[in-house]
Design a binder for this molecule. Sequence first.
Ligand code: SAM
Length: 213
Amino acid sequence: MRLRNKPWAQDKLDAHPEYVPQEAEQFRGKWQTRFEKAQPLHIEVGSGKGRFIVEMAKAHPEINYISIEIQTSVIVSVLELQLEAQLPNLQILHADGRNLNQYFEPGEVSRIYLNFSDPWPKKRHEKRRLTSADFIKQYEEILVADGEIHFKTDNQGLFEYTLYSFSQYGIKLKQVWLDLHHSDFEGNIMTEYEEKFSSKGNRIYRLEAYFDN
Ligand code: SAM
């Protein structure tokens, strides 16, 4: 994600605690209190500018969503979309996805979306990939027993790595798409990266996975 310096971004996030909670660890185990209705909770780690999660929240009022993004100057774009949409089923968490268990109790989350995660192609950066073992461990901790991870990317190397990493961990694949945009998958909501890279002709890979506990 190319960074534009937005010195005002933190102030804007701070001005909207109704959507971007401060000291968000206090909501561990209590996220449902932040939404209009108590209903299944889906989170996206690394939302970028937030188009996917905002459109998902509009399309699925029966689900509560949390957009998680580490970069201040990026997550402020999610807030801007939410200020326009004012969705009662969307919250924004400014945090590092590496620490998910500080923010969520075991079994608090029903589904995790990972979209076009940074590939970190160098072997020495493997631990930064959102589908590496330390992240998976967090996902396993916070997901309900039949919870799922939905992942998509245009990066073949990251997709292959994810298949490897998930199988090493013992995660089961529910379904795999090797060319999402030329498949019969219905209801795909494109992310900003997906739009950019698919318009260049890149193939989009997708998988759904679950822990076989
Ligand atoms: N999902 C968006 C899309 O498809 O358009 C953004 C993709 S961008 C390549 C990856 C995003 O993940 C960046 O905005 C980055 O800041 C965020 N990210 C990377 N590591 C993260 C982490 N550990 N926790 C939260 N967000 C992270």
